[in-house]
Design a protein around this ligand. Sequence first.
Ligand SMILES: O=C[C@H](O)COP(=O)(O)O
Length: 253
Amino acid sequence: MQRQPLVIANWKMNGDRHLVASMAEALRESAAKHPQVDVVVCPPAVLLPAWQQAAFYDNLKLGCQDVNEHGHGAHTGEHSVALVQEAGVSVALVGHSERRQFYGDTAERIAAKVNTLQASGMTVVLCVGESAQQREQEQTFVVVAQQLHDALQHVEQCSNLVIAYEPVWAIGTGLTASPGQAQEVHAFIRNWLSDKFGPAGANLQLLYGGSVKADNAEQLFAQADIDGGLIGGASLVPEQFVAICNAAQTRSK
Ligand SMILES: O=C[C@H](O)COP(=O)(O)O
């Protein structure tokens, strides 16, 4: 079965209403060029209403960059699944390396977030990836397998699940994994998912993230097990992001 290409914009703590307007317009205008590509935009939470008001096209969805594992209550500064859903969100990033490194996303919390999201029916985009040191020590596959195991240990069926491979050393550094390096890890992840979930696992969408730009997207997306990208910096520049979405279109041919 053919896997639909998917491109996700992660604005991190960037952007404003003006960028929402210009990005929405650029995406709408170019949508005809990438009709087979699912596009998700994950702005900072306060910009979700602005995105909700921006005109939409069929394959564009709203996402959030994180979600709290609890349903409600005294969790100052956090957002529950119900709150983000109210803002039109149907996709959530979980376990981004910046949250693992700097904001207390332990393996246990990530697993809890995955479980909460799965129960809600939202799509989970689980981020995994090794540090530069772990790669140097040839621990990449061990680290990625452990992260997958920890996050998915209570998950029995894998609908609404996407995995994003983001080598930490490639995030925001301008150092992109070579297509061969990225493909090797994606193939490993696909095998792991196949072992755990069977054919449905083998057919999940896998994304590469880490300094994807307009000029390297096509080569990365051409790899057999890479179905699209999770885009940081380049998702803040309409021409760049649109070009990346267009590059993903070639994936479906
Ligand atoms: O979520 C996106 C990734 O962290 C990649 O960020 P980047 O494209 O700025 O390297």
